[in-house]
Design a protein around this ligand. Structure first.
Ligand code: ZN
Length: 149
């Protein structure tokens, strides 16, 4: 049995129930849909850039507590970061969930998103936790392709 109390900590509950990041972003530069058919989680992620810096992000959608909280906490973590910093954090989060990165020092850069560390012990929840992070990965890949990088 999965021990939900390990995962549903206060921070995750707070973000899943009433997230201030859950709204339409006006004049977003980028928008990307994410879907996790295993659980029925769906999000639309929107991002606004200021040069190379993530100026604002928001999301709309629905799904389980883990997917919604993970999206909201990701937004808090990445807002204000440069795209290069964001890519590094995204890589680290995915590595943490897949248990490829376990070094505490390296995980520190995840800030609040480290709250999802125990999800790596819950195979059924892994895709929920990763949804937003894969969605922004896809968004940034498309952006780079369009810029001819
Ligand atoms: Zn889910």
């Amino acid at each position: 049995m999965e021990d939900l109390t390990e995962v549903y900590n206060e921070l995750i509950m707070e973000h899943s129930m009433n997230s201030y990041n859950k709204k339409e972003l006006k004049n977003a530069d980028y928008s990307e849909m994410g879907h996790n058919p295993n659980c029925g989680d769906e999000i639309k992620l929107q991002m606004k850039l200021d040069g190379n810096v993530i100026k604002d992000m928001a999301f709309v959608g629905h799904g389980c507590a883990i997917s919604q909280a993970s999206t909201s906490i990701m937004i808090d973590t990445l807002k204000g970061k440069t795209l290069d910093e964001a890519k590094e954090i995204i890589k680290t989060f995915i590595g943490m969930i897949k248990r490829e990165i376990t070094d505490e020092k390296e995980l520190e850069k995840l800030e609040d998103a480290i709250a999802f560390k125990n999800v790596s012990n819950m195979p059924a929840r892994v895709k929920c936790a990763l949804l937003a992070w894969h969605t922004i990965e896809k968004m940034l890949e498309k952006k780079d392709e369009n810029n001819g990088k």
